[in-house]
Design a protein. Sequence first.
Length: 192
Amino acid sequence: MFGHGDLLAAALSREPGAVTVEAAERAVSDLEREGGLHAARGLDHGRHWTTDAAMGRESEAIALMHAGQGSEKAIMRGWIAETKLHGGRLNEGQKEAVKMVLASKDRVIGVQGYAGTGKTTMLKRLRTLAESRDYRAVGLAPSASAARTLSQESGIESETLQRFLSRHAGVIEGRGRVKGLAGCAALSRRRS
């Protein structure tokens, strides 16, 4: 998802001076009419857009979340997490997110927040509490710079999703050998 202003800025900066704001606005309208762009719903500020590819990725993520519901053991009971979070530096929303992740029995958990709302700060506290229960957090990010930032600010060992997937391609594609499958199983054990 991306903001309308960001879309216009990208169009105008591609070849400075070659496209006017009016032409970019017409192109956006044409793409929306033709089905290449879709208005993003549920946001309370500004116009935002999404694409079929982005909606497809979101649908896949939602399907993974549904498939893994209730399939794992919780890292920590909710009331224990609440006591460990009492009086800390996190705001109430961050505390609720940490408690939800620690107490969940779901394999995949999504935490969403705008930039600057403290997601990385929340993840740092989540990491320390998970580690107290012998779990090791591993971060996956869409870019190398995002992985670096996640690692530096949260203390979570992180890499790009692409690198992770390419390293484990054989297992993902069903070509894994016994040793590789055992290593992958060990990798996924007690991770948050």
